[in-house]
Write a protein that binds this ligand. Structure first.
Ligand code: AMP
Length: 114
């Protein structure tokens, strides 16, 4: 997807502050952080949203959650706690149409979200 921002980050065309990468996923710091720890975890395969990730894509879904645990450990928030957020579609506040998990932590997070 040449016009997809996150696909361009995966290809290296657009630089990112990488935290972790393997053959299935990339984790990098959000450019506009909403918490002291704010990392985006994305599949290297393009899915527009969670609605597009089907059963045969299970290895990507597993890799996303494995990476969330790894990043939480590496950035020191696994004991204090953190939040995983997947904004989906217009009402969900999704602005980049490439499936991504926000990992937020490093401060107490309010609930419910706005
Ligand atoms: P969402 O609104 O859930 O689709 O999240 C998209 C996120 O991508 C926002 O938190 C943006 O700050 C973030 N973002 C947009 N462009 C970049 C970029 N070039 N590098 C890192 N994060 C980005």
């Amino acid at each position: 997807m040449e016009d997809c921002l996150f696909c361009r980050i995966v290809s290296g065309e657009i630089p990112s502050d990488k935290i972790y990468e393997d053959d299935k996923v990339l984790a990098f710091r959000d450019i506009d952080p909403k918490a002291p720890v704010h990392v985006l975890i994305i599949p290297k395969k393009h899915f527009k949203s969670v609605m597009d990730a089907q059963g045969e894509d299970a290895e990507y879904i597993t890799a996303l959650f494995d990476t969330a645990r790894r990043v939480a450990d590496e950035l020191g928030v696994s004991d204090s706690g953190f939040r995983l957020v997947i904004n989906t579609g217009r009402d969900g506040g999704q602005t980049v149409p490439h499936l991504h998990i926000h990992l937020l932590g490093g401060r107490e997070l309010g609930w419910p979200p706005g």
